[in-house]
Design a protein around this ligand. Sequence first.
Ligand code: HEC
Length: 153
Amino acid sequence: MKRKAFLLIGATVAFATMAAAEVVAPGDVVFEDGGAVAQSLTGVAGDPAAGREIFANRKLGNCLACHVNADLNEQLFHGEVGPPLDGVADRWEEAQLRGILVNSKNTFEGTIMPAFYRTDGLNRVLEKFQGKTVLTAQQVEDVLAYLMTLKEE
Ligand code: HEC
């Protein structure tokens, strides 16, 4: 008896986890006019602390290669190719920031900023990266949650 109940709970938990982890595939992301993406890619709230790590990680976001960000002053090098991201959450809505992360080309035509959640239309992709996005859907949501903390006092 006990064992059956346990299995039932296990199955319910597994199902709930699956339902929560409904990830939008790169090709299914819906952009509004102007490049915003209103719908969460995962339905799971982003983790700003994880997003901060991804932002600074040279193998993941590598955002510092192009953006100054005073919140990460412990990191030595900040590039200046893109605008500083201090107070970026005051300038953009969450949906617009998600769109910029997924594919900034829909917000800034012809920008050199990489598309972080896209598999098609990329040039000269190394074989090991083919069919893969730079960031996972949850990593995009994590970086987004972090960007939403960047407000000027
Ligand atoms: C290769 C350089 C490059 C990298 C890497 C890069 N960006 Fe950008 N980003 C840009 C440029 C350039 C712009 C300005 C848009 C344009 O081209 O006019 C921009 C614009 C933005 C904007 C809009 C800022 C504003 O105030 O208008 C945000 C937000 C942003 N980037 C976030 C990020 C994040 C987060 C990462 C890392 C996950 C990242 N970028 C990685 C080059 C880069």
